[in-house]
Design a protein around this ligand. Structure first.
Ligand SMILES: [Zn+2]
Length: 256
C-alpha cells in the first residue's frame, strides 16, 4: 500500500513542475494528502518541504558593520595631546595678562620676573626685555631696574610701548611698540609676519572630517547636547588643523 502511494507521489511530484498553474494547485493538494498518509513532511508550492531549512526564511542579513570611528578617534587623540601640551602655557598667558593689565603705568615686578626661569618678560619679536620710561629708571630694562629697586608693587611707564597679547592658541606674546602701521615697531612687524604665515597655511579640513568627528563624538559622548558636541568639533578642528602660531619665547616655570 505505502509503496503504491510512494510511486503515485513520485509521479505527481515529477509531473508537477510541467503543469499549468491551475493544475498545480490541485496537484499540490494531492501531493500533500499523499505525503500526510506517508507521514512525510508537507511541501509548499515550490515542492520545498515545509519547515525544512530551505523553506525557512532566509537568514537575517548581518547588521551593518559598526561605523568606523578610527580616523576621528586619531584626530581626537591628537587634540587631547595638543590641549595637554598647551594647558600650562595658556594658564601662564592668563597670569601674565592679568599681572600686566590695567591702564596707566605698568607694574614692574611682572615685567622683570614673570619671564622664563623667573627672568624678565622678553619681546617675542626682538627677544629683549621691556624698557622703562620716566623717573630714575628711564631707559633701563625692567629687570635691571627691578634689580636696583626690588620688592613692592611699584609701577612705571614703558618706553616705546608694550603689547601683551594672547594669540589664537591661547598662548602669550609680548611685544615692544604701539599697534599701528609703523613696521619698525616689534608688535607691528610680528603681526605682519603672523598674517603672512596664516595666509601660507593650508586650508582647513573639509566637511567630511567635520562629519566624521560629529559621528565619533555622538558615539563617545551620548550624554552631551548636540550643541556641546558641535562646539567640541570646532575646537578640535581649530586646535588640530588651523594655523598654529606655536608657543612664545616666554615660558612658565617647569615648562619647556
Ligand atoms: Zn621687541
Amino acid at each position: 500500500m505505502s509503496e503504491e502511494l510512494r510511486r503515485t507521489l513520485r509521479v505527481y511530484e515529477a509531473d508537477y513542475p510541467g503543469q499549468p498553474l491551475v493544475a498545480r494547485r490541485a496537484d499540490l493538494e494531492v501531493i500533500n494528502q499523499l505525503r500526510a498518509q506517508l507521514d512525510l513532511p508537507l511541501v509548499d508550492a515550490a515542492l520545498r518541504e515545509i519547515g525544512s531549512a530551505a523553506e525557512a526564511d532566509p537568514p537575517e542579513p548581518p547588521p551593518p558593520a559598526a561605523p568606523d570611528h578610527s580616523a576621528a578617534r586619531e584626530i581626537y587623540r591628537a587634540y587631547l595631546a595638543k590641549v595637554a601640551e598647551l594647558r600650562p602655557h595658556r594658564a601662564y598667558a592668563d597670569r601674565v595678562a592679568r599681572a600686566t593689565s590695567g591702564s596707566g603705568p605698568t607694574p614692574v615686578r611682572p615685567l622683570a620676573t614673570m619671564g622664563t626661569g623667573g627672568g624678565p618678560l622678553l619681546c617675542d619679536h626682538c627677544n629683549k626685555p621691556i624698557v622703562l620710561e620716566g623717573g630714575p629708571h628711564h631707559g633701563v630694562p625692567a629687570d635691571a631696574a627691578w634689580a636696583k629697586n626690588p620688592g613692592g608693587d611699584w609701577k612705571s611707564w614703558v618706553l616705546g610701548g608694550l603689547v601683551v597679547e594672547i594669540v589664537t592658541n591661547g598662548t602669550l606674546r609680548i611685544y615692544h611698540g604701539y599697534p599701528g602701521r609703523d613696521a619698525r615697531q616689534c608688535c607691528n612687524a610680528a603681526r605682519r609676519a603672523d598674517e603672512q604665515a596664516q595666509e601660507r597655511h593650508a586650508p582647513q579640513r573639509g566637511a567630511e572630517t567635520f562629519h566624521a568627528l560629529r559621528m565619533f563624538l555622538e558615539h563617545e559622548f551620548p550624554d552631551r547636547t548636540e550643541l556641546e558636541r558641535v562646539d567640541l568639533v570646532n575646537d578640535i578642528l581649530n586646535t588640530v588643523f588651523s594655523y598654529d602660531p606655536g608657543i612664545g619665547v616666554n615660558r612658565p616655570s617647569g615648562a619647556s
